[in-house]
Design a protein around this ligand. Sequence first.
Ligand code: LFR
Length: 498
Amino acid sequence: MSTPCYLAVDLGAASGRVIAGHVENGQVTLEELHRFPNGAVNVAGTLRWDVLALWNEIQNGLTIAAEKFGKDIVSVGVDTWGVDYVLLGQGDELLGLPYHYRDARTDNIMDVALSHVPRHKIFEQTGLQFLPFNTLFQLVAMRHAQPRILDAAERLLLMPDFFHWLLSGSQVIEFTNATTTQCLDPNTGTWADDLLRKFEIPTNIFPEIVPTGTKLGTLRGEVAHKTGLGRINVVAPATHDTGAAIAAIPTQHTGQPNWAYISSGTWSLMGVEVPEAIVSHRALELNVTNEGGIDGTYRLLKNIAGLWLVQESRRAFAQQGKSLDYEQLQNLARDAQPFRSLLDPDDSAFLAPDDMPTAIAAYCSGTGQPEPETEGQIVRCALESLALKYRMVLGWLEELTGVTTEVIHIVGGGTQNALLCQFAANACRRPVVAGPVEATALGNVLIQARTDGAVGSLSDIRKVVARSVELKHYQPDNVDAWDEAYRRYHDLLAIPRR
Ligand code: LFR
C-alpha cells in the first residue's frame, strides 16, 4: 500500500531544500530530495533575494519528487524566514528584486518611524518586538527612498506566499507569517490599517489573510506539466519557519506549558507558548514579541542573534585561508578558556558586519575586555554569550507569564551544536531536551498532513514528532561558575552602548 507524501519546500539562510515527508502509523519520516544555495545576493551594494533562481530550483526539486513518489504525493507547501516580501504591480509584474532583511536600507529607519508614531502606539496595535527589519519598517524605508515603486504596487506578498502564487495562482498571506510583519493587529486579526496609513503605506496592497493549513488550490497547469506532479494541492503550512518549528516541539505535555523553547539556527528564537498575545507595558519595555502559532497559540518570544555570529566568523576564517567545519570550531571552543570575554549577541554591531571576528574584537575592547584572538576564543565567546542571553530572556518570559519553566526544548540545526546545548542547560539551570534538527520541515509536513486528515490537533502533531525522532538530554552542570558569569554578564548589558 502507498504512504501519503507531503512536500516541504524549506528556504533557509544558506540553502533551500525540497523535502519529502511520509506519515504512516503515527510516525513521520523525512527525505531530502534536492538542496540548492539560498541567501542574500549582493546587487550593487544591496542585499536581495534571487527569486528566479529559487523558483527554478524549487521546480527542479518537485520534478525529482514526481519521479520518486509520483501518485503518493498529496500536496506541497513553502516556508522560510519572516518579514521579507515582494511587490507586484500592474498585470502582476514583479516590482524589482525583493530585498533581504539584512539589507542596510532599514538602518536608522526605526528612529524615523518612532519619531512619527510612538513606540507604545505601534506596540498596542501590533504586539510585536521592534526589529529594524520588520516588514513595517522595510515599507517605511521604501516610502522614504523609493516612493514611486511603492505607489505602483498593487499587491504585497510575503516570500512563501509569493512562491505559493507561482505554484497555484493564489494571492493571499498565511496567518503565522502575517503576524511577523508588524502590520497586523493581533487584537482583531486584521491588517493594522490605521497604523499603516500613518506611515503612508497603501493598505489596499495587503491581501486576505488565510489560516495555517489552508488549501490554496492546485498546481498551475504549466507547473504540473513541467514537473510531472499533476494537479496536486498547494497547502499553506505555517509559512513562517519559526511557526512551523514550534509546531513540531516534541512535547507530550498537555495543559499549561511548563516548557520554554529555543528554535536554534541562524537565530535563537527563545519563547514560551501562550494562549493570547501579551501586550503589557512590561512586554513593550522588554521588547518581546507575540507571533501567531497554530490552533490559536501565540509565541511570546525574543529574537536572539543565534549561530549567525559563529556562521559569519567561520566565513571570515575561511576568507583568511582557514577552512574549519562546525565540528572543528566546537572542539576549539570547548578547549578555550571559559568566560574570557562576553558580549551581547543582539548588539546592532553584529547584525550584518563586514567581518564578524573584527566586530567581536571591537565590542570586547570597547567594553574593557580582552579581545578574543584565536578561533576557539572567538567561538567560545559567542556561544557562552548566547547561553547567558538565554538565561536573561528566560527570566523575562517567566516574569511576564508567571509560569516557571521546568525544561527547555531546543529544536533546529543548532541542536547539532552540543556545546551550545550544554551551555544553555548550565546557564539557565534547566534540563535541555534537544531535537529534532528538522523541526521546521517536520512542522511544514505535519501541518499539510493535518489538512489532509492524516493527523489531528497540535498536540497530536507533537506526539507524532516525539515518536519519530531521537532526542538528546542535557543536565545543568558547573552551575556556580555560570551563576558568577551571569552576574558579570548582567552588569555588562546594563551599560548602554549606543
Ligand atoms: C528565523 C526567522 C525569525 C525571524 C527572522 C527574520 O529564521 O524567521 O523567526 O525573526 O528569521 O525573518
